[in-house]
Design a protein around this ligand. Structure first.
Ligand SMILES: [Zn+2]
Length: 506
């Protein structure tokens, strides 16, 4: 018997509608922490063995004939340029149309793509693919836990499965689960019944980690709902820095019957509603975070980690704001390190000057609209790299980073001792290799400042005495009640127990 022929493609973007830089076709061509754009056969070779949903799908068995179509993923950022989106989706649709007879399709999507013209990017991808293959073709989709799902999107997908960890250590596993669900649909010969629900409150990113409560318990309770006639239940805690109607947490459930799917969805919704009181926001002002870190470091046996979530490039922020760096200098922090600050000009200058050289730097802060300035200080170049290194942590381990010219700069202004890693390709710090490959062992430091919101926890929490979350400038606003939303649905609460959105002020 011939194996079912399944077309596979990945097209991922997490769009922060508050980010100042648009996301263009060229950004999808670039390789960053993940591979750059490709079509056809190279997809299979490139993706085998990585912690990426597409990889998990590919690696999960030999019971399907896989037809590799496309991969495109860009670092989170501003609106996806409409022309670029149209070109990429056209490639996917053309190659699916040319793929010959298919039994199913798997799409590795993010769930929070917003283009110039479409608030629901993934829904539009599915509409265009459906226009090619028709309504009956089984289409399995995996999503990031930070998806903002619409009812229309869930309606167009045959099955949706979503990461269940944040940090996302289960990306490959989620792809494998999509494959298993698709296999069940093919075997059954018809789709499962499905149910979709939106949660009435939004959860700020920094409170979403599944390594911490209440999400840890929520995801355990969710998994317990599965079994028997409940085929699959998944929750997306949502991506708040997106001013779109459907922004926020949502869930999907699949069952043998509609009643079963609805019941499972309602149970998970009840779990989310009961947990609303348990969410809290860990953000503290940057200077206070540094003060506490210096104090705690006196007796700690491991470094104090300070996250800078509002400048998390992984959520589309610039990665170049200087709020925490200024606080470190002002407070005279010693044995402190910070990575990664996106500053191609300063990195280039450091490469000109060379190791051991000193120069007057103007570090970061290139977007004054975000409320911060460059830090003007003399620096000593301690180490240089070409930004090409292998990641080693639980999330990106095995991935090759290509971050362009990088440098470690020592700042001793006013008696502080702060090492800043500057780089040329905007990237979240979710892996210790970002420090280690350029001469800094974070475990030898008192304070490690990390431009990330949550993903860093996977690799950094085990080496940290404690983790503080600093409130500093950045394009990934984490205080939902203070964000100038205009397009949310009326009544959704801005954070757990937060105020209800009543529409934009006129
Ligand atoms: Zn995510």
């Amino acid at each position: 018997m011939s194996l079912p022929r399944i077309a596979i493609a990945g097209f991922q973007h997490e769009t922060n509608t508050f980010a100042p830089m648009p996301t263009k076709f060229e950004d999808f061509q670039l390789a960053g922490a993940w591979p750059g754009m490709m079509r056809g056969a190279p997809v299979l070779e490139t993706f085998t063995g990585l912690n990426i949903p597409l990889s998990g799908f590919i690696d999960a068995g030999d019971d399907m004939e896989l037809v590799p179509i496309f991969w495109g993923g860009a670092e989170p950022g501003g609106y996806v340029d409409q022309d670029g989106f149209d070109r990429m989706v056209a490639m996917i649709c053309e190659d699916i149309a040319a793929a010959g007879p298919l039994d199913g399709i798997y799409l590795d999507l993010h769930g929070a793509m917003v283009t110039d013209d479409f608030e629901d990017g993934e829904g539009e991808v599915l509409r265009r693919v459906r226009a090619v293959v028709g309504d009956d073709m089984p289409i399995a989709v995996s999503l990031d836990l930070h998806g903002n799902q619409t009812k229309a999107f869930v309606g167009l997908a045959t099955v949706v499965t979503i990461y269940r960890t944040y940090p996302h250590i289960d990306m490959a596993e989620t792809g494998a689960r999509a494959r298993a669900l698709l296999g069940q649909v093919l075997e059954r010969g018809k789709p499962f019944a499905k149910a979709f629900r939106q949660v009435d409150y939004m959860v700020p990113i920094q409170a979403q980690s599944t390594m911490r409560e209440p999400c840890k318990q929520i995801y355990e309770d969710m998994a317990a709902l599965e079994g028997g006639d409940i085929v699959s239940v998944d929750l997306a805690t949502g991506f708040p820095p997106a001013d779109v109607h459907h922004c926020g947490a949502s869930l999907v459930a699949y069952g043998q019957t509609q009643v079963q799917a609805d019941e499972a969805a309602d149970e998970l919704l009840a779990i989310m509603n009961a947990a609303e009181k348990d969410f809290h926001d860990p953000l503290i002002p940057a200077e206070e975070a540094v003060r506490q870190a210096i104090e705690l470091a006196r007796t700690a046996s491991k470094p104090i980690a300070i996250a800078d979530p509002q400048d998390n490039p992984g959520a589309g922020a610039t990665g170049d704001t200087t709020g925490v760096l200024e606080a470190l200098i002002k407070r005279g922090a010693r044995k402190a390190c910070l990575a990664m600050l996106w500053d191609p000009d300063t990195a280039a200058r450091a490469h000109e000057v060379g190791i051991g050289g000193t120069f007057q730097a103007s570090v970061g802060g290139r977007f004054p609209q975000l409320g911060c300035q460059p830090v003007n200080v003399p620096v000593t170049v301690e180490a240089l790299s070409d930004g090409s290194f292998m990641c080693t942590g639980p999330m990106y381990g095995g991935s090759q980073a290509e971050l362009g010219p990088m440098a470690t700069l020592l700042i001793e202004e006013g008696g502080c001792e702060v090492r800043v890693v500057v780089g040329s390709v905007r990237t979240q710090n979710a892996d210790q290799a970002m420090f280690r490959h350029i001469g800094i062992d974070p475990t030898s430091q008192d304070i490690a400042v990390i431009k990330s919101a949550v993903h860093f926890l996977a690799d950094y929490q085990p080496i940290s005495e404690t983790v503080l979350f600093a409130d500093a400038p950045g394009a990934n606003p984490c205080k939902l009640a203070q964000i100038g939303y205009r397009k949310l649905r009326k009544g959704v609460r801005l954070g757990a127990n937060g105020p209800a959105f009543e529409g934009a002020e006129q």
